[in-house]
Design a protein around this ligand. Structure first.
Ligand code: FAD
Length: 428
């Protein structure tokens, strides 16, 4: 088996001028650490609100982390399920938090248009395909969303699912119309360009090495420069900044895997006859979608281990052939992994200590819309003193107890996988 190349996204993003590394001493009003969806949504949100002197530091290149290697799904909601959100917050607050992410999906659409971000966006919805025969899973979620969140997902019977997905695996499905998919690295690079055009000073290859309290503000040092700012924001996801222990130790970096096939051409119709993206009802679900050049992008699995491209390919091809045996022998051109940041409570962590240090992290495997929502909330807080971010106060920096937390996460994953396997076996 030949070694598949690095990410499809990196291979297909347009070449651009790099942002220069930070050099020398600078003052800023706000300094953001991390050039992923979270940091850039905040930077752009601040610029759009007229905040000047915003600086963003990225250790590698823009989108190096989860934001430049994810599945590309953009849909409402959080890693924490809607029923748990309802149980924990009550109807009104749960609905308001969920609505933030619905607005965020619309914001992403409007920014793509407004800033002419070429990111292969396909606004064709997402299919949640039922792996099991039990129809209640779909009906219950559909009802919950309609009743408590005011959101309508369309139910598709088996025949309708078959028209879209040529697989015997699924029974029925729910179709979420208000969702899209895109090339995440092109999108995050577009956010960076839009922010830079509005005056945000962006620096790549500028890892923050130290953060120190200084007079009434903060000083961040990189290898070749320093920035002084009254407000700093840590937005480093699962790629841990190693700057503040209490912030780092509140998340577990968890790996997940993606691959892209060779271009399928007409063969694409042998498996997918829809432009919508697809995932399924298991805890450890597959997710996939057709790419612009007729490749199939396929993702899945959750692990505490960051595997080699070859190992990722081996695992995912097995999963792919369970759904589309007709693709046996298909060549895999790219395989990669990425790190998500999970909090124990499975919700994003947005907050501040009240001394100018803010954080936004733990978006888990469901980050595209929540990072855009979080960027708006924190931009509103910093620029205008808005209090909306306090709705997340309940989901604070709870400790993830690494390395023991990894054992818990892996055990939880295996347990859920086992439960799904049992359900499948009992259905026969
Ligand atoms: C394989 C995969 C598939 C996924 N699929 C989807 C999907 O389809 N839909 C969806 O909604 N979500 C998905 N997610 C989740 C989503 O990608 C994340 O929730 C989101 O990208 C998190 O953004 P972030 O900015 O918090 O973190 P990241 O994108 O990880 O960015 C953090 C950045 O901080 C930088 N950094 C770290 N330390 C420092 C430092 N000291 N100084 C400077 N910079 C630093 C890193 O280099 C990195 O670029 C997926 C995630 C993965 C890994």
């Amino acid at each position: 088996m030949a070694e598949p190349a690095d990410t499809y996204y990196r291979a297909t993003v347009d070449a651009r001028e790099p942002f220069p590394p930070l050099s020398g001493r600078h003052d800023a009003r706000v300094a953001i650490v991390g050039g992923g969806y979270a940091g850039l949504n905040l930077a752009l949100g601040l610029a759009e609100r007229g905040v000047r002197d915003v600086m963003l530091l990225e250790r590698e290149t823009i989108g190096h982390g989860a934001s430049g290697r994810n599945g590309g799904f953009v849909f409402a909601g959080y890693s924490l399920g809607e029923q748990s959100l309802l149980d924990q917050l009550g109807r009104q607050r749960a609905r308001a938090l969920y609505a933030n992410t619905v607005d965020a999906v619309n914001l992403i659409r409007s920014r793509i248009t407004r800033y002419a971000i070429e990111c292969d966006a396909v606004d064709a919805g997402v299919i949640w395909a039922n792996w099991f025969r039990d129809p209640h899973i779909l009906r219950e979620r559909q009802q919950l969303l309609a009743e408590h969140y005011g959101v309508q997902w369309e139910w598709w019977p088996r025949e309708r699912v078959r028209e879209a997905i040529a697989s015997e695996r699924y029974s029925d499905a729910l179709f979420e119309r208000n969702a899209l998919h895109l090339h995440p690295l092109k999108y995050v690079t577009g956010l960076a360009r839009a922010a830079a055009e509005q005056g945000v000073s962006i620096h790549e290859h500028s890892g923050a090495r130290r953060v120190q309290r200084e007079n009434a503000g903060w000083c961040i040092r990189t290898e070749s420069g320093e920035v002084h700012a009254p407000i700093i924001v840590l937005a480093c996801g699962g790629y841990l900044a190693h700057l503040k222990r209490e912030v780092d130790r509140a998340v577990l970096p968890i790996a997940t895997y993606v691959m892209a096939t060779e271009p399928l051409g007409e063969r694409m119709r042998e498996c997918l006859r829809t432009q919508a993206a697809v995932y399924d009802t298991r805890f450890a679900f597959d997710y996939y979608r057709a790419l612009k050049d007729t490749r199939l992008l396929w993702g899945g699995r959750i692990s505490v281990r960051d595997r080699s491209p070859k190992a990722v390919q081996k695992l995912l091809v097995r999963d792919l052939l369970r759904v589309f045996p007709q693709l046996k022998g298909v060549r895999i051109d790219y395989a990669w992994s990425g790190l998500m940041s999970y909090a124990r409570h499975q919700m994003p962590q947005l907050g501040t200590r009240g001394d100018g240090l803010w954080w936004m992290q733990a978006f888990g495997g469901h980050g595209a819309a929540p990072t855009a929502a979080a960027g708006e909330l924190l931009a509103g807080a910093i620029a205008q003193g808005d209090e909306g971010w306090r709705e997340f106060a309940r989901y604070g920096l709870s400790r993830s107890f690494r390395p023991l937390g990894y054992l818990g996460a892996q055990a939880g994953y295996w347990w859920a996988q086992g439960r799904d396997w049992l359900k499948e076996s009992m259905e026969g």
